[in-house]
Design a protein around this ligand. Structure first.
Ligand SMILES: C[S@@+](CC[C@H](N)C(=O)[O-])C[C@H]1O[C@@H](n2cnc3c(N)ncnc32)[C@H](O)[C@@H]1O
Ligand SMILES: O=S(=O)(c1ccc2c(c1)CN[C@@H](CF)C2)N1CCSCC1
Length: 282
């Protein structure tokens, strides 16, 4: 088989993989997803070994240790969640939330509108991050107001495109100062090669010297995006995460890993751990 035919066959297989992934996401249910992952037992603020204090603590440290801050923060694949920017909103004046699905962008806009009709009460998360910041928990409403004030837009995004954001997105020409992305790339890529390409695509949104805060699942091969909506995930381990970051040209600042306790493995996925990466684009 000559090279041209091989290339065409490979491109056709990649296209089919993307189309299958898009089809899976048509059934994504924001309210169910939030219920599965962001309520107890996974989101138990009273448990010292809970994933929530660990993850919010990683984000708090990453955003407040002095090397990150300034103009523009982009959250890649926000989904219907805001916890991932509760620390970042204090050190950035312009923040973009993004997602592939309109149902998720609508969920985010409902919370941002403050009409009290979002699918999850984020108050416990707001209070916890206030506590991490040495503020009284009652400052949670001030934090909510701060986040609402710095979100510039809720944009569509497709990490499989070389230019993932809409052409009219108001990002600086040099790129964003920081990207944060949680449970996105491995959950939307049909295979590892696609994951690595997507990592490269979002890297194009970041200015040289900017930081990437990447959070993701370890050992996960599927998750439930809603009742009966099984979405394939690229299983990752720590070594692969480091190799993909290196291949994308990042300098690793820190990698932290959390192993999920058995009772947090609740059947909505087969995740075994969570990684937190802080990396810098040279
Ligand atoms: C597992 S959810 C992660 C949501 C959230 N960041 C969190 O931490 O829970 C994956 C998200 O990726 C979005 N997504 C699906 N396909 C995508 C694509 N091609 N590009 C960017 N995001 C995509 C989905 O709509 C979904 O909101
Ligand atoms: O680590 S979690 O339990 C979590 C949160 C979200 C997800 C998973 C795990 C695993 N499957 C992912 C599928 F993409 C989504 N967690 C939920 C509480 S807040 C911190 C994150």
């Amino acid at each position: 088989m000559d090279q041209k035919v091989k290339t065409e066959r490979k491109e056709s297989e990649q296209k089919k993989g993307m189309e299958a992934m898009v089809a899976c996401y048509q059934g994504f249910d924001p309210a169910a997803y939030l219920q599965y992952n962001y309520t107890p037992p996974r989101a138990d603020f009273d448990r010292p070994d809970s994933i929530v204090p660990w993850k919010l603590g990683c984000l708090h440290r990453a955003f407040t240790e002095g090397d990150v801050g300034g103009g523009v923060l982009v959250d890649v694949g926000s989904g219907p969640t805001i916890y991932q920017v509760l620390s970042g909103c204090e050190v950035f004046d312009k923040l973009f939330l993004t997602d592939f699905l309109e149902v998720n962008r609508q969920e985010l806009r409902r919370w941002l509108g403050g009409e009290g009709c979002s699918s999850l009460d984020w108050t416990p998360y707001l209070k916890h991050v206030c506590k991490l910041e040495g503020r009284r928990p009652s400052a949670w409403s001030e934090k909510a107001a701060r986040l609402r004030s710095v979100v510039s837009d809720v944009l569509s995004i497709d990490v499989h495109r070389p230019n993932p954001l809409p052409l009219d997105a108001q990002l600086p020409a040099a790129g964003a100062d920081c990207l944060v992305s949680s449970f996105c790339l491995e959950s939307v890529s049909p295979d590892l090669a696609s994951f690595d390409r997507a990592l490269g695509h979002i890297g194009s949104l970041l200015r040289p010297g900017g930081h990437l805060l990447l959070i993701g699942a370890l050992g996960e091969s599927y998750y439930m995006g809603g009742p009966g909506v099984r979405i394939p995930v690229v299983p990752l381990d720590e070594a692969q995460v480091c190799a993909s970051l290196k291949a994308s040209g990042y300098t690793l600042v820190r990698l932290e890993v959390y192993t999920l306790p058995q009772d947090m493995r609740v059947g909505v996925d087969d995740v075994t751990g969570v990684f937190f990466v802080k990396a810098r684009k040279p």
